[in-house]
Design a protein around this ligand. Structure first.
Ligand code: NAI
Ligand code: MG
Length: 353
């Protein structure tokens, strides 16, 4: 039995979480796995009730679960609140409370969506990259930091422990995939990168079955656009990962289709990359694929239900290949469907396989 904390949040958050839960329930039935769901408030919806975007009750629901599944937070109603009361502040606090140090962003291209990308179809076809970004260290947090009239400065620092734990995750994920890790750094100019490289090589000794290569970040940015198929797992630091994951996201097409996960030692949080989309909230037209695909990631990476995860991804692919599209990815000639219709179509495919 797995316990899943559901934090639907604001805007389209509840709509897409609802879709993902429907798919999870079917996957649970098919694979004889019981899921227990507990729902809690976060973001603006929590603020409206409790005058804070993240309560201790919500944190407790997360602490007592195996994983957290989040929709999205934020919206115009809460934009002018003080910084620490804003819905987005809840996310930062939650990630910190759960010790989530690794961010996973897969860039996978569904065959029937190849034409949505700015890249050529033959370059893109078959792309399936997992970017693993260190999330709690590096230059975004390093001390000293500051600026005065004459200079500005930040510190890029990584400890052995920080590099080791993220590297270990990378090799473990690679084992569940195509057994290749590309570690991205800037070791030709940065000492912190030379250190990063040294630690990664050391950790790799425990994973002799996984292939490791190193790449400079400028080259990696170029290679993701030139030939994304060459990558399996990309392991990188906070700053480089921030940039590379957005590049990788762009080559795959729509924001409504991108899943993500943030992992710690004990907890994991899964969420679609997109926000609360206030412009379409409540209309029943949000694309549920990012959330459903995040649920598929959860099955694979937290519950070792690789088969169920793969079937969900294949079901999404099949539905897309039949021409069904929500409004955000709709083009002339496609079949326009609502959130609910798209979800049910994916479930129908799932039940066929
Ligand atoms: P957004 O991702 O919510 O929306 C950007 C555009 O993409 C909008 O036109 C929206 O309709 C569309 N879109 C996004 N997801 C979609 C989906 N599943 N289906 C169909 N269309 C979709 O980003 P935006 O507008 O910058 O932010 C809106 C609110 O969300 C803000 O309050 C922001 O702070 C918050 N936000 C929250 C995040 C989170 O909870 N992790 C992440 C990003 C933004
Ligand atoms: Mg970014």
């Amino acid at each position: 039995m797995y316990r899943i904390a559901l934090l639907p949040g604001d805007g389209i958050g509840p709509e897409v979480v609802n879709a993902a839960v429907k798919v999870l329930k079917i996957a649970g039935e098919k694979f004889n796995t019981e899921f227990e769901f507990k729902t809690a408030l976060i973001g603006g919806s929590s603020y409206d009730k409790f005058k804070t975007p993240l309560t201790d009750e919500t944190l407790d629901v997360c602490y007592s679960s195996d994983v957290v599944f989040l929709g999205a937070v934020g919206g115009p109603d809460w934009e002018n609140l003080e910084h620490h009361l804003k819905p987005e502040a809840a996310l930062l606090k939650l990630r910190k409370a759960l010790g989530l140090f690794a961010n996973l962003r897969p860039a996978r291209v569904y065959n029937s969506m190849l034409e949505n990308s700015s890249l050529k179809a033959d370059v893109l076809k078959g792309t399936d990259v997992l970017i693993l970004r260190e999330l709690t260290g590096g230059i975004y947090f390093g001390e000293p930091r500051g600026y005065d009239d004459e200079k500005g400065f930040n510190t890029m620092i990584y400890t052995k422990e920080e590099v080791e734990r993220i590297a270990r995750k990378a090799f473990e994920f690679a084992r569940q995939r195509n057994k290749r890790v590309a570690s991205v750094d800037k070791a030709n100019v940065l000492e912190v990168s030379q250190f990063w490289r040294k630690v990664v090589v050391e950790v790799r000794k425990d994973y002799p079955d996984v292939q490791l290569n190193h790449m400079y970040v400028d080259n990696a940015a170029m290679q993701i656009v030139r030939d994304p198929k060459q990558f399996d797992v990309i392991l990188t630091s906070n700053l480089f990962g921030d940039i590379l994951s957005d590049i990788a996201a762009m080559i795959t097409g729509s924001l409504g289709m991108l899943p993500s996960a943030s992992l710690g030692t004990k907890y994991a949080l899964y969420e679609p990359v997109h926000g609360s989309a206030p412009d379409i909230a409540g209309k029943g037209i949000a694309n549920p694929i990012a959330a459903i695909s995040s649920a598929a990631m959860m099955l694979k990476y937290s519950f070792q239900m690789d088969k169920a995860s793969e079937i969900i991804e294949n079901s999404i692919e099949n539905v897309l290949s039949k021409g069904y599209r929500t409004k955000d990815i709709f083009k002339e000639g496609d079949k326009l469907v609502t959130t609910e219709e798209m979800t049910n179509l994916i479930i129908e495919e799932f039940e066929k396989i």
